[in-house]
Write a protein that binds this ligand. Structure first.
Ligand SMILES: [Zn+2]
Length: 141
């Protein structure tokens, strides 16, 4: 069972339109142990959210070789959302070594942990108020 650890979002301003941009870093526990981290980046008025889920022994200091990063895009469609796995390098966190090996879309789709990634994305959409607020917004452009 997964559990999100919430903390303060980081806010900035979109370089294209000047709207408020939100960056989230959330630790995810599985059965009480550090298991994953997800990142989400979205801008008021934009239709899409970009995220990354990094899974693999998040409790220890060094970077284990079995830590993997899965990138995703989410589109707002009314009350629901659509998530699509993308190349992890094509996200705002593509250069961060600590997140583990950046999987391409093809690698991610074959990875045994993909079901956990989808479960974490679902949990984020269900429980993360910042993300829920974004999905509930009116799209301007
Ligand atoms: Zn913008």
């Amino acid at each position: 069972m997964f559990e999100i650890e919430f903390n303060e979002p980081f806010y900035s301003v979109c370089t294209c339109c000047g709207s408020n941009t939100t960056s989230l870093t959330r630790f995810v526990k599985r059965d009480g142990n550090a298991y994953a981290v997800y990142y989400a980046f979205f801008t008021e008025g934009h239709s899409g959210l970009t995220g990354l889920v990094s899974i693999g022994e998040w409790g220890i200091e060094e970077i284990p070789k079995d830590r993997y990063a899965f990138g995703f895009d989410m589109m707002v469609t009314g009350e629901s959302y659509r998530a699509m796995i993308i190349n992890a390098e094509n996200t705002p966190w593509g250069k961060a070594d600590i997140l583990g090996q950046k999987l391409t879309r093809e690698e991610a789709m074959l990875h045994p942990w993909l079901k956990d990634v989808y479960e974490i994305i679902d949990l984020m959409a269900d429980q993360d108020d910042e993300v829920r607020g974004f999905f509930g917004q009116e799209i301007v452009h």
